[in-house]
Design a protein around this ligand. Structure first.
Ligand code: ZN
Length: 328
């Protein structure tokens, strides 16, 4: 996906400066035969254009995505309550269609129109997958990804038919249900890098570390991380999982494959000793505590925040610091 940052800093919506907690994404299409995103961006980036503002446009000629507001900025795209919860993105529409009233149009070149709409659809899938990752959204959850038309039916947007009307009349076979599924399938394979500002330079694909059972078993994927440490933590909290690089090579095999030391008993002397997901205070606390008592430790590793090292509990609950008690 080519992503270009082109913030509408002069638009009154931008200067209003309101932020939202992003709970969903709304897909629009512009409703006029204008494939060029830059035409909209030029017109909308004005202090006198106070009618609308969206977070992004997708160009109908080449599928380039232009980010036009910070993603968590409150936009003016829905004409309803969805502005308070949803990011709004407009797909540009083919030049060869002609509106004859409302959402009805004729099309002088069906093949060209379909080619353009395919580009905007595919770019929207990638963009929405990236945004779902960024904001921790499940594309298949009710009301998370909706079209403007669906928003209208749900009472959170004004009475528009986009983009469903476009797909339906072109007979291209796209539906919002299909779109949501395509977004879900794309997740884990999109770079979440910050956009470039130079529109001649495509976004570089970030190196991603994927956490899976095996490389071939892509369905087992628990996550894709730019940061190797985060990927390792994820693998550590999922038994039998490893971290793979871009080429499918194992870069970390997870705690389950580490050699096991001889086990020993350790008596914990405090009641509120955290059990962590890995050997170090840099690993997440599980939210559970050992309580005072004697526990079987099956492996010891050095790690952050414990002078005597970290012990892995035989129970599988996680790791404890060996600073608070004694070997018995
Ligand atoms: Zn719309």
């Amino acid at each position: 996906m080519k992503l270009v940052e082109s913030i509408l800093t002069k638009n009154p919506c931008y200067t209003a400066g309101r932020k939202i907690t992003v709970k969903g994404l709304m897909l629009h299409s512009v409703g006029c035969p204008q494939p060029s995103a830059s035409v909209f961006i030029k017109n909308w980036n004005s202090a006198s254009y106070d009618r609308a503002c969206v977070h992004g446009f997708i160009d109908g000629n080449d599928g380039t995505v232009y980010q036009t507001l910070p993603w968590d900025h409150r936009g003016w795209h829905a004409g309803g309550a969805a502005n308070n919860t949803h990011i709004g993105v407009e797909m540009c529409e083919p030049a060869c269609i002609k509106y004859t009233g409302g959402a009805t149009f004729t099309c002088s070149d069906n093949e060209a129109a379909k080619a353009s709409v395919t580009k905007t659809y595919n770019a929207a899938v990638e963009l929405f997958a990236m945004l779902c990752e960024k904001f921790n959204l499940d594309p298949l959850s009710d009301g998370v990804i909706i079209s403007h038309a669906e928003g209208a039916k749900r009472g959170v947007a004004s009475n528009h038919g986009d983009p469903d009307h476009l797909w339906r009349q072109l007979g291209i076979g796209y539906t919002m249900d299909g779109f949501r599924k395509d977004v879900k399938a794309k997740m884990g394979n999109v770079s979440t890098d910050t956009p470039v500002t130079d529109d001649t330079k495509p976004v570089e694909k970030a190196k991603l570390y994927r956490v899976r059972k095996t490389w071939a078993d892509s369905k087992s994927q628990k996550g894709a991380f730019k940061n190797l440490d985060n990927a390792k933590k994820c693998a550590d909290t999922n038994d039998g999982y490893s971290v793979f690089d871009e080429k499918g090579t194992v870069v970390y095999s997870g705690k389950s494959e580490k050699p096991k030391a001889e086990s020993f008993l350790f008596r914990v002397s405090i009641s509120d000793l955290n059990i962590r997901c890995g050997p170090g205070t840099n690993y997440l606390a599980t939210g559970k505590f050992t309580g005072k008592g004697t526990f079987t430790i099956v492996e010891v590793q050095e790690g952050k925040g414990s002078t005597n090292g970290w012990g892995r509990l035989k129970s599988g609950a996680g790791w404890i610091s060996l600073d608070h008690g004694e070997v018995v």
